[in-house]
Design a protein around this ligand. Structure first.
Ligand SMILES: [Mg+2]
Length: 274
């Protein structure tokens, strides 16, 4: 757990470097989803960087594709490509572009058009079942994208087919590009809505806590006959005090003084084991 916490700080520092050096990215969502990604990639998923195309691998889809910088940092950490390549983020001719694309080892599907990832996950989970594979499919969605009707079509299909190998996660940071999700398009009561669609909905009070996430994914894994959704209550911009809970950091780029302050906080957290 301590190792994962240290890693979360270190990878946030890498994301900060990427976003500041190329003056682009979605740092708020990168920071809110970091523990979810690490829990999945380091603790939950059956994946092997040496065999990224192994048929029996678990699948992961980043439906909130704009928050790809955190995924790049995690994939590099897991050995899918060298960490040095992170410096080529948003570089002309490089493959680490601003949204996930499947030219990058470890990325299953191009995403970024919001509201599509869960449908992709339904297809992958169905395909795995038809092929007799035991693989699980994980889809990470932003809460803002739940306003897309296609999410609920996919939710309906997943429960119709009883896809218990499908586990969605909602990065429930309460914010989207233009403000609070509850102001833009109310989502609550979100868990009850998923349940009414036939899902096992698991609320995680602190979605940036590895122990809570681990318990939720264990519960999802043991639930049979229906898909599960982990509603992870996270903090946008988590880890940097002046970014936390502020919509402007959806795609804000820190100025130099802000970069220094953010790096200082993350380094201190890493030192203190927070
Ligand atoms: Mg959000």
């Amino acid at each position: 757990m301590e190792e994962l916490r240290e890693k979360a700080c270190r990878l946030r520092l890498q994301v900060l470097d990427m976003v500041c050096s190329k003056k682009g990215g979605h740092i708020g969502g990168d920071f809110s989803e970091m523990e979810i990604l690490l829990q999945l990639y380091c603790r939950e998923m059956n994946i092997d960087a040496a065999r990224p195309d192994a048929p029996e691998r678990d699948r992961f889809i980043l439906s909130k594709g704009h928050s790809v910088e955190a995924l790049y940092a995690v994939l590099a950490d897991r050995g899918f490509f060298p960490a040095e390549e992170l410096s080529c983020y948003l570089s002309f001719g490089g493959r680490l572009v601003g949204h996930p694309n499947n030219q990058v080892p470890g990325i299953e599907m191009n995403t970024g058009s919001l509201g599509h990832g869960l449908s992709l996950g339904v297809g992958m989970a169905l395909a795995a079942r038809l092929r007799g594979l035991g693989s699980r499919t994980y889809v990470l969605m932003g809460d803002g994208e739940l306003a897309e009707g296609s999410v609920w079509e996919a939710a309906m299909a997943a429960s119709h087919y009883g896809l218990d190998s499908l586990c969605a996660t909602v990065d429930r940071n309460g914010l989207q590009i233009s403000g609070s999700t509850e102001d833009v398009m109310r989502l609550e009561p979100l868990a009850e809505r998923f349940r009414s669609f036939g899902w096992n909905a698991i609320e995680v009070p602190d979605g940036n806590d590895f122990a809570q996430l681990g318990a939720a994914y264990a519960l999802a894994r043991s639930t049979k006959g229906r898909p599960s959704v982990v509603i992870a209550h996270t903090v946008k911009g988590r880890g940097v005090s002046f970014m936390e809970g502020r919509a402007k950091w959806h795609h804000g780029v820190p100025a130099e003084a802000e970069r220094l302050a953010a790096a200082g906080e993350l380094e201190a957290a890493m030192r203190d084991g927070r």
